[in-house]
Design a protein around this ligand. Structure first.
Ligand SMILES: NC(=O)c1ccc[n+]([C@@H]2O[C@H](COP(=O)([O-])OP(=O)(O)OC[C@H]3O[C@@H](n4cnc5c(N)ncnc54)[C@H](OP(=O)(O)O)[C@@H]3O)[C@@H](O)[C@H]2O)c1
Length: 500
């Protein structure tokens, strides 16, 4: 197999790509065929022998991977070959195969792709532990994030917004701060050309910030500590700038504030249950679309050293990921992916009226096209009220004007999806059905966002029909929602309706 090797400690340039024997696993380990390896700051430290863990030479860097289990040791019960997994391997990930202790390997969320999965655990895991367990961040508090467009920094921006904080993102360039704004930052500070303390005073009206999230260290650290509010918490996360800050002890005394250490790896080892609970919450937010990794660039294994170089040279925004092997992502909705383009209109009566007893004859039957429907801000607000999901991209029209492309809020994907029922009533009548229950969703994709004021319409197809125990009939209805003026569809999915 091919592996990126660190044969002598040094800078990324000294790494080599070589053929090495494939690894085999012990009884409580698994061998993973690596599909993607997320690049994190410790990767650049470990190859220079500057990290707390010191593998013996030669070794492959790469601490976080997504891939497929190739073999599992005899004591491993929860994992088997072909399982899609994510793993925290420490090092060894920049190779076609890696061997990992089974307790550091987790099932990959089904809807996630390998690139995203390989760059999720470490950053969100660290930042959530820091904000929730160490800072005990509360809704309404103000948080300053240094290095806010970096891996853990951007995760902290996103998570603290979900947790209800006001976020000040600070980074070295306007380009980096743009990404922070997209992720919800309320205020930004470019510390290359703005005075950190003065800007914080201005933004917080002299009060200071409640929490500082610092993965950078160096010269900014003391200025940030001096900008804290009474009873604030200063999170010591990392020292990407290279030097470890030395704080005058009078500062925490005068501000009644705490300097709090964050060591996520140790937390996960010492408190595995708490760490798993954190992952459960993060997964829920990922599935709800509340947080999503920003991928800066995908590199090949041959380009792995460039990924590490880019990270060291502060070029990366969000995450750099190395894709290993020539693979195509197989998403769960592959079957409907081919139809992501606008369907050809068919002419059938509207609604198409069919007898319940004859429904099986109609498998494959295309439905007509509904009338256009305008998705208004009022509908979007009502949806937010009904679901309690008030993400600003949906409801904050003023912020949308400055931050979103086109200046308009975006309808929740599930709002678009929920309109399928309305359109189906328009397109299909099943005679002889006492009632129908929409109880399942087989596939759902939202290729293009629907903005407030956009017009959508739907067509569909009876995809398949199954008998149910108790006399019901399960009808699989494929639906495609078209957005006026767009080639790509707003929604493609398959709904399951039970009729009785
Ligand atoms: N305590 C823990 O449990 C824990 C867990 C994970 C990571 N960490 C630490 O957190 C830090 C950040 O990790 P990461 O993976 O998020 O790294 P990253 O993506 O490279 O982000 C680091 C950020 O630091 C800033 N920076 C300032 N001076 C820098 C320099 N000389 N070289 C590189 N970056 C510099 C950069 O932002 P600007 O250009 O905007 O200044 C950069 O975006 C590292 O020190 C890492 O070891 C700690």
């Amino acid at each position: 197999m091919r592996a990126v090797l660190c044969k002598n400690f040094g800078l990324p340039d000294s790494l080599v790509l070589e053929e090495v024997p494939p690894p085999s696993c012990g009884p409580d380990e698994v061998v993973i065929t690596v599909k993607a390896c997320g690049i994190n700051f410790p990767d650049v430290l470990i190859i220079q022998n500057k990290y707390q863990f010191k593998p013996t030479l030669p070794f492959s860097p790469g601490g976080e991977v997504a891939g497929v289990v190739k073999t599992a040791g005899e004591k491993v019960k929860q994992l088997k070959p072909d399982d899609r997994v994510v793993a925290l391997c420490g090092w060894g990930g920049l190779a076609e195969e890696v061997v990992v202790k089974a307790n550091r390997v987790f099932p990959m969320p089904p809807a996630m792709d390998f690139i995203t999965a390989s760059s999720t655990l470490y950053t969100y895991g660290t930042s959530f532990h820091a904000l929730k367990d160490r800072a005990v961040l509360k809704a309404g508090e103000t948080l300053l994030v240094l290095g806010a467009a970096g891996g853990v920094g951007l995760a902290a921006v996103e998570l603290s917004k979900v947790m209800g904080a006001t976020v000040i993102a600070a980074a070295s360039s306007d380009e980096k701060l743009e990404i922070c704004k997209e992720k919800g930052a309320d205020f930004t500070i470019n510390y290359t050309n703005e005075d950190l303390r003065e800007r914080i005073k201005q933004i917080t009206q002299e009060k200071g910030v409640d929490v500082v999230y610092d993965p950078v260290g160096g010269a900014l650290a003391e200025a940030a500590l001096r900008s804290m509010a009474w009873r604030g918490r200063y999170l010591v996360v990392g020292f990407a700038a290279g030097n470890i800050p030395q704080f005058p002890a009078n500062l925490p005394l005068l501000k009644g504030c705490s300097i709090v250490g964050v060591f996520w790896g140790s937390f996960a080892e010492r408190q595995p249950q708490d760490s798993l609970q954190n992952f459960g919450q993060l997964l829920a937010w990922i599935n709800e679309g509340k947080i999503k990794q920003h991928i800066h660039n995908v590199y090949s294994l041959e380009q792995a050293k460039n990924a590490l170089q880019d990270l060291m040279q502060r070029k990366v925004r969000g995450k750099a990921v190395v894709k290993i092997g020539d693979w195509q992502e197989q998403t769960v909705s592959l079957a409907i992916q081919e139809q992501a383009e606008k369907p050809k209109p068919v002419s059938v009566s509207k609604p198409l009226v069919i007898k319940r007893s004859e429904i099986k004859k109609y498998v494959g039957q295309a439905l007509g096209v509904s009338d256009w429907l305008t998705v208004t801000q009022e509908m979007i607000n009502n949806f937010a009220n009904a679901t309690h999901d008030y993400q600003w991209i949906h409801v904050d029209t003023e912020k949308a004007k400055t931050l979103l492309p086109g200046g308009k809020t975006i309808a929740h994907g599930y709002l678009t999806l929920s309109l399928a029922s309305k359109f189906f009533y328009e397109l299909l009548t099943i005679e002889g059905a006492a009632t129908s229950i929409n109880y399942g969703l087989n596939k759902a994709r939202f290729p293009v966002a629907v903005k407030s004021g956009d017009r959508i319409r739907m067509t569909g197809r009876i995809a398949s029909v199954e008998d149910m125990p108790g006399g019901g009939t399960k009808v699989f209805l494929e639906c495609m929602m078209e957005l006026e003026g767009q080639e790509k569809l707003a929604y493609i999915g398959e709904l399951i309706t039970a009729i009785y």
